[in-house]
Structures are given as structure tokens and as C-alpha cells.
Design a binder for this molecule. Sequence first.
Ligand SMILES: Nc1ncnc2c1ncn2[C@@H]1O[C@H](COP(=O)(O)OP(=O)(O)OP(=O)(O)O)[C@@H](O)[C@H]1O
Ligand SMILES: [Mg+2]
Length: 278
Amino acid sequence: MRTIAVLNQKGGVGKTTSAVNIAAALATQGLRVCLIDLDPQANASVHLGVSLMPEEMSVYDVLTGDAKLADVRRAIDENLWLVPSHLNLAAAEVELAAELGRELILRDQLADDPMTSQFDYILVDCPPSLGILTLNALAAVQEVLIPLQPQFFALCGLVKLLETIQKVSRRINPKLRLGGVVICMYESGTRLAQEVCDDVEQFFEARERNSILASAKIFQTRVRKNIKLAEAPSFGQSIFQYAPSSNGAEDYANVAAELIRPFGTPEPREPMELGKQI
Ligand SMILES: Nc1ncnc2c1ncn2[C@@H]1O[C@H](COP(=O)(O)OP(=O)(O)OP(=O)(O)O)[C@@H](O)[C@H]1O
Ligand SMILES: [Mg+2]
């Protein structure tokens, strides 16, 4: 099983689009995938067609200890499950502020859940901040995947993000490492995009010997700007359902292929009953 947090504290860089469509791409390959929406904006949930009513339980109830992951996890299709979020998750940052071990709640809940080991991939869509929610993700996973938009300020936030990953790795999760960087919303043909991509490559080459970053790769696939990717969420569908022959579907299929390549192609398996069906 691989556990991956999709994280960049900069907003609107493609975290949710990547988390949802990579999860969907892996699931279509027969891998069992659980996507945890850890963002109060609940964009990943809506993207997969799940808009919770306030009275329905969400990942918020898991973090506050009122529910188990199994109580809130939903089957999206035969290989894809979602732990949905709701706007009320925004209160968790404040409510958990005084709680002992507040960064470790998700890690403990995953360890407690007998189904965790049944998944091939658990992806966590993080909010655009480095607060308690994101720390819960970093404490619970083995890898961080950073979506990056090739813009002038892209590298500025990266330094802070890498410092946070290093700190979490030193203090609470020694298994944590940077898995890779995916360039999103790439506009081929613009000089700025190419220059920023070159800068990112140089940035990582210069830090190669550092242990946590040593394993980091920059995905060769650059996810091109594609209007279908922006339209798909409003239909509650992944790009593979909404526009399977679009550039967006091609790019995310390639990103997923790069992600799993070092781990080999999975054996096809029987679908599994896990949690409730929507
Ligand atoms: N490759 C792409 N081409 C076109 N539009 C895209 C692409 N990737 C993402 N978008 C759109 O850009 C916007 C921001 O993307 P997304 O929500 O994935 O970013 P985010 O990092 O999760 O944002 P936030 O920080 O608010 O959680 C969305 O409207 C999304 O549909
Ligand atoms: Mg998002």
C-alpha cells in the first residue's frame, strides 16, 4: 500500500484536480484506491459527485473522534472510495488546537481501520495551508506529491513547503519523503512556463543529496491546461468519465503510469465490498 498526500500550500495550483484524476486513473487500472478529502472546501468530494448535507458525517467527524473512517467512507465505483469532506471541517483547526496529539489523529484512525491495508493507494487531498489538517496528512502518509503551476512565484512557496516536510519527517513521521512534483496547467509554447520548469529542475538537482528530497522526481508528464479538466467537477465526474479522449485524460493517465511504474503493474483482482455505496 502507498499513501500519498497531494499538497502545496499555494491555492489553485491543481491539487484537487490531480488528486481526483490520479485516484480515478489508478482505479481504472484495477488498483484499489481511497481518496481522503481533507480540505474544508470539499472540492474533491464535489468533483466525485458527493455533496454532503450538514447532518451527514464527514472526515470532520473522524478527526473529532465521533466517527471511524469506515462510517464515512463511500464507494464511488468498484475500485474507488472517498472519505468526503464538508465545510464544517474548517472548524477543526480551531477545535483541535488544544487537543493533545492533534497532528496524529488521521494516522491513528488509518492504523485502527482494518480496511486500510486492503487499499493499494490512499491519496489525501490537502487544503491550501500548512495548518493542523495538512499536518494530519503529513503525519499519516509516506509520500508527498506536489502539484506546481509554472508561474513566477511557484518556487517561493516551495522552500517553505519543503521545510515543513523535513520538519514533520524529523519530528513525527520518519517515513515521510517527497515523492515528486507534477507540473500542472502547463501552457506549452510560453517561455515563462518552460523557464519555471527549468528552475524547478535546477532547484531539485541542487538539493539532491538531502535525504528526504533525494527520492523526489519531477514527473516527465506535464499536465497541460485543458478546459475539460476545469469542466469535469461541475458534472461530478473524473476526467475519465467526463472526457476520456481529452488531453486532460491523456495527461493524468500518464502521470498515474509514472507514479506506479517503479512498483510494477498490478494483478487484476475481484472488486471488493468496502463501506457504503452512494
Ligand atoms: N490542467 C488544467 N487545465 C485547466 N484548468 C485546470 C487544470 N487543472 C486545474 N484546473 C482548474 O483550476 C482551478 C484550480 O484547480 P484545483 O482546484 O485543482 O486547485 P487546488 O490546488 O486544489 O486549489 P485549492 O488550493 O483551492 O484547493 C480549478 O477550477 C480547476 O478546475
Ligand atoms: Mg483543492
